[in-house]
Design a protein around this ligand. Structure first.
Ligand code: GDP
Length: 440
């Protein structure tokens, strides 16, 4: 995410390297580089200029503490300003009402339908809500089908009406059904439209008037950079939406939209989309995004993702097994699956401070565990439970079955055994202490 911008900012801070203090001259030079980095990331010119003017003023106005180098000071000033630029605090979704109505709007292909599904899934799994979807795109039956598929996938009901050509009626009927069934959030997916299409804009204004939504979320493709900001402005002039959703941040986006939207439209970014799958959605935290842009990682989000996948009962059982030295390949496989559920591996690693930059050009795909999985899946149930049974013949059979080599099978078995020993030691405080004492 925003690799190019991160690199350029990093280079800008290097200007200050070796300088003992902040001066008019070295700040001017750094700020010039920061501005270039922002413009290259497709940040609106006015926004970039205002940003760097503030940074310059703040940096010069700060008393340089002897323990902080000018470079570090500049990173801090830029970080604080980036957070401000992206809206300061996190902006919560208003879902207090019963039911809360959320209207989704945007251009064709922005990711509205996908986001509608993701949001429902998020509200159901993370917020304990009972979401209900309404398919109000009367122009593309395929869009209704798409929402239906997503609704089945996430186990959330959907209201459809293939006959009606009136989105207002559909939305009203959908809300009535949602209320009757005791749902707590209604999300209305609408047709894609251009801000210059008067008739279509009137139509969504009518849906807004009829449904009185608590939230109107404008979904925009972040890959479109400044265009995203311009369409956001045009939609906001007509709809006065409550928040922005930036999709496709997993792609090769430059960052311009994320950085300029708030300052141009004065509406907060509430969510980001980071992939096509239903769990590829994140609440937008300006401070965490700033950290990531500056290559400082995002440990908080990483831990949260881990917690979302964490199952307390399962963890307790696992601990019991480890203590009895019964941790087997089935447990190993289920742990791998949990890690995979946390999201794209490269994205996860990018949240670790310092790692994002280091692995920027490394090609890590989600299939990194493929060989390990294939090997385990080629074991018989008995072998998975009793890895010590896996002798030479069995190893050859497993290698053949998994399309790997005997060396790879040996390596996994060895790693597994080492891991099991370590787990045993650390699950027994007495043994761990003994081991520590014996360390050189
Ligand atoms: P709509 O026309 O606005 O409803 O857009 P769709 O929801 O149909 O999405 C258009 C395309 O973008 C689909 O192929 C989606 O899978 C894809 N898409 C949506 N959100 C994301 C995202 O956050 N990341 C990526 N990589 N693709 C996305």
């Amino acid at each position: 995410m925003f690799d190019n911008l991160s690199d350029k900012l990093d280079r800008a801070f290097k200007v200050l390297k070796g300088h003992g203090s902040i001066t008019e001259i070295n700040v001017a030079e750094t700020v010039k580089e920061v501005r270039k980095a922002l413009l290259d990331a497709d940040v609106n010119y006015k926004t970039a200029k205002a940003f760097t003017d503030t940074v310059k003023e703040k940096a010069l106005g700060m008393n340089v503490l002897t323990s902080v180098s000018p470079g570090q000071l500049m990173v801090k000033v830029v970080n604080d300003e980036l957070v401000e630029l992206m809206g300061g605090n996190v902006s919560e979704l208003d879902i207090k009402q019963n039911p809360s109505i959320i209207l989704i709007a945007g251009l064709n292909g922005a990711g509205k339908t996908t986001f509608t599904g993701k949001l429902a899934n998020y509200l159901k799994t993370q917020k304990g809500k009972k979401p209900f979807l309404v398919a109000a795109d009367v122009y593309r039956p395929a869009a209704i089908d798409q929402l239906k598929v997503l609704s089945e996938q996430i186990g959330v009901p959907v209201y459809t009406d293939y006959e009606s050509k009136d989105p207002v009626k559909i939305a009203e009927a959908g809300i009535a059904k949602a209320k009757a069934d005791g749902n707590t959030v209604v999300i209305i997916d609408t047709a894609g439209r251009l801000a210059i299409d008067e008739q279509m804009m009137n139509e969504i204004a009518d849906v807004k008037a009829a449904t009185k939504p608590h939230e109107i979320l404008f979904v925009v493709d972040s890959m479109t950079g400044q265009d995203a900001v311009n369409t956001a402005k045009a939609f906001n002039d007509r709809l006065d939406f409550t928040g922005v959703v930036l999709t496709k941040l997993d792609g090769d986006t430059r960052g311009g939209a994320a950085l300029s939207i708030k300052s141009v439209v004065n509406k907060p970014i509430k969510f980001i989309g980071t992939g096509e799958k239903m769990d590829a959605i994140d609440v937008f935290y300006p401070d965490r995004m700033a950290s990531r842009i500056l290559g400082m990682g995002d440990v908080v989000s990483l831990v949260e993702r881990a917690q979302q996948q964490f199952d307390e009962k399962q963890a307790a059982e696992l601990q019991k097994k480890i203590r009895k030295n019964k941790f087997d390949f089935n447990d190993f496989l289920s742990q791998l699956n949990q890690i995979k559920k946390m999201g794209n591996i490269k994205d996860l690693m990018g949240m670790i401070p310092g790692v994002g930059k280091a692995i920027k050009d490394v090609d890590i795909d989600d299939d990194a565990f493929k060989h390990i999985e294939a090997i385990i899946q080629s074991m018989t149930p008995t072998e998975r439970e009793n890895p010590e049974l896996i002798n030479g013949n069995r190893r050859q059979r497993i290698a053949n079955g998994s399309g790997t080599s005997i060396a790879e099978v040996n390596k996994l078995l060895k790693q597994f055994e080492d891991m099991r020993k370590m787990m045993k030691v650390f699950s027994d405080p007495g043994q761990a202490a003994k081991m520590m004492r014996n360390m050189p």
